[in-house]
Design a protein around this ligand. Sequence first.
Ligand SMILES: Nc1ncnc2c1ncn2[C@@H]1O[C@H](COP(=O)(O)OP(=O)(O)OP(=O)(O)O)[C@@H](O)[C@H]1O
Length: 240
Amino acid sequence: MASVILSARGLTRHFGGLRAVDGVDFDLQTGDIHALIGPNGAGKTTFVGLLSGRIPAQSGTIALAGEDITRLPAHARVKKGIAYTFQITSVYPRLSVFDNVALAVQQTATRDLASDVAAALSRVNLADRATQTAGTLSYGHQRLLELGMGLALRPRVLILDEPTQGLASGEIANFKQLVRSLAPETTVLLIEHNMDVVMDLATRITVLAAGRHLATGTPSEIRANPAVQDAYLGGHDASA
Ligand SMILES: Nc1ncnc2c1ncn2[C@@H]1O[C@H](COP(=O)(O)OP(=O)(O)OP(=O)(O)O)[C@@H](O)[C@H]1O
């Protein structure tokens, strides 16, 4: 049976009277590609912000491989293996592609910076652009660079917030292939609005609605779930 790498119990964050995340229980199984979906304002970004430590929880607990990390600051969670593209991997436009990844590698206990950077760059197919100034890369290549920077941290859990937004369809195909190649060493949690990507890529899906956990299941279970269809898919089959 698969083990749980990251879990949340009763996780809660309100903003004034707004219940952005409200008592959410969640389990991320090791090796999964787990998609988090839900209508706009459902609480997805807040939820991954709580997991990564970017936003402090008001109540509830978070555990990484059984260890309580609820009170750890974000940088300590990065050290423990949770990488969140939002906080870690914004590209420095004036630095070279190589130097951008080197900044991420430096946060790890690396023994050979140059070869670790080269490995991360070849993973995202940017090895031939190492000397290019990052700001001159195409948008799609900048997103790949972000991913390379996240991977360079060698995370156990990689959290991606809308990674395919703005990518061309060929770039999305490459992205899917890349994410699949990360398992089982890296477990992926992604917020994704593109339902084709979700249904094709995710091994498991969690649906949030109005800050609450609505459902978790395989893509076919989620497609068939009437509550999900009502709350999120407007009563239509997601595959339609
Ligand atoms: N810092 C904040 N202060 C006040 N309200 C906030 C804050 N951050 C988020 N919210 C509110 O909390 C709710 C959940 O927002 P969140 O961004 O987590 O949702 P989301 O599911 O990621 O939405 P989207 O799909 O549109 O990105 C929204 O109503 C949002 O306006």
